[in-house]
Design a protein around this ligand. Structure first.
Ligand SMILES: [Zn+2]
Ligand SMILES: [Zn+2]
Length: 421
């Protein structure tokens, strides 16, 4: 399982700034080293406040026209009619560059590296952070990865978070935000030494599939089997590197993610709850799984009155209700709550009191399994092994130049479709 990433680490120095393709590898061109552009993150988690306080030391402040502003921190910023107001200054936008810029909104305090950019939307202040990709990854790790995870697991997460951020920030026209919609990024207030080390040890490295930086999605705990991306997100194009994999050292062995203390979960739905979900008054309600995905996740369920004839007594076949309501797995999870039905890898058991859902894992289960990565680290696997286990067929390489990466995507979009199975 020793992976192919090792030789490429030697090319790291070559590509420190931009991640030029290695000159000694195949026939890939050697790109001129140019630094990656900054990552621009919309700080959606701060909301769109009417007032925001900026603090910091050694900061320079410029206005929308790039001219220095004669104002000092701390600065209270408000907005009116699409214009920012701060200490007598009026401007469409403000750029604050300092050692670590602090933003305060109500009781929330955050610290950001690089530059904070403020714009106005009507009477609301909109905040952005511009920083290097690696500074961004440090902040993501502090929000997405426990500091006490195994160092190799944190490194794997660093590469995944960097790849995800690279794709979203540089190759995707939509904006990168700081919530779970993209990746949680709460600035640098809670970055621990282990996060910093993992970023430094993997600096600039991304996961690539056929030369393209991958959409490196991840979830907390895959429940023992990762999910295919098109099964988790309806309408998604199947991605060759997001295939279902069994998350265990050997087939049907104890899964890597069983190191998670909440790996197994169970919830009970009493009869009254079932009745309200079904919209039926009957006492003998049945919940049946109609279909599962390749990884064993519930794709569809039916809840309704038990059939008059009980086939259950003699057979293993589950009793499918007559009529009633049908739900997709995702609908069911959302309806009952994502933290209640923690994953779609569950089984249904009928009891005298109602129904029990017994499951494993937490989250959508696609891509890297965070608890599984922690388990793999403890088993002695390194970050390259971990990433190649969860993302099929990838290589770990320095981040390519953005221009080259964009050109590759355009070229692939224009290429005539090839016949595949
Ligand atoms: Zn987003
Ligand atoms: Zn797992």
């Amino acid at each position: 399982m020793r992976s192919r990433w090792i030789p490429f680490v030697a090319t790291l120095a070559l590509a420190a700034a931009c991640g030029a393709y290695a000159s000694n590898e195949e026939d890939l061109p050697l790109e001129a080293a140019e630094p990656l552009p900054p990552v621009k993150v919309r700080l959606s988690s701060l909301g769109s406040p009417s007032k925001l306080v900026v603090r910091g030391t050694g900061a320079t402040i410029t206005n929308g026209a790039g001219q220095p502003v004669s104002a000092a921190l701390p600065l209270t910023v408000t907005a009116a009619g699409g214009t920012l107001r701060a200490a007598g200054v009026q401007s469409s936008s403000l750029r604050i560059e300092g050692n670590l810029v602090t933003l305060e909104v109500g009781k929330t305090t955050r610290h950001y590296p690089g530059t904070v950019l403020l714009t106005a939307s009507g009477a609301r202040v909109v905040a952005w952070n511009e920083c290097s990709l690696d500074e961004y990854v440090e902040g993501v790790l502090s929000g997405e990865c426990p500091a006490l995870f195994h160092p190799e697991a944190i490194k794997a997460m660093a590469v995944a978070a960097r790849s995800y951020g690279y794709r979203k920030a540089f190759l995707n026209p939509a904006e990168l935000c700081d919530t779970t919609h993209c990746q949680v990024y709460l600035g640098h207030g809670r970055v621990s030494p282990s996060h910093r080390e993992a970023v430094a040890d993997t600096s600039g490295l991304c996961a690539l599939y056929e030369g393209e930086v991958i959409d490196a999605v991840y979830s907390a705990d895959c429940g023992g089997y990762t999910e295919a991306n098109e099964d988790a997100w309806r309408g998604a194009r199947p991605l060759p590197y997001l295939r279902p994999v069994e998350d265990a050292p050997e087939p049907h062995g104890e899964s890597f993610c069983s190191v998670n203390r909440s790996h197994h979960w169970k919830i009970t739905l009493p009869l009254a709850r079932l009745r309200s979900l079904a919209g039926k008054a009957g006492s003998d309600l049945r919940l049946a799984v109609l279909d599962v995905t390749e990884s064993g996740r519930v794709r569809a369920l039916q809840l309704g009155p038990a059939p008059a004839q009980k086939a259950e007594a003699n057979g293993e076949e589950p009793v499918v209700p007559q009529g009633g309501k049908r739900f997709s797995g995702e609908e069911w999870r959302r309806m009952l709550g994502l933290s209640q039905v923690r994953s779609l890898r569950f089984e249904v058991r009928h009891t005298a009191a109602g129904v029990a859902l017994e499951g494993r894992g937490y989250g959508h289960g696609v891509g890297l399994c965070q608890f599984g990565a922690n388990g793999m680290g403890r088993f002695g696997y390194d970050f390259g092994d971990i990433l190649q286990h969860y993302y099929s067929g990838i290589e770990i390489r320095p981040a390519p130049c953005v221009k080259a990466a964009r050109a590759l995507i355009t070229q692939r979009r224009q290429a005539p479709p090839t016949a595949t199975e």
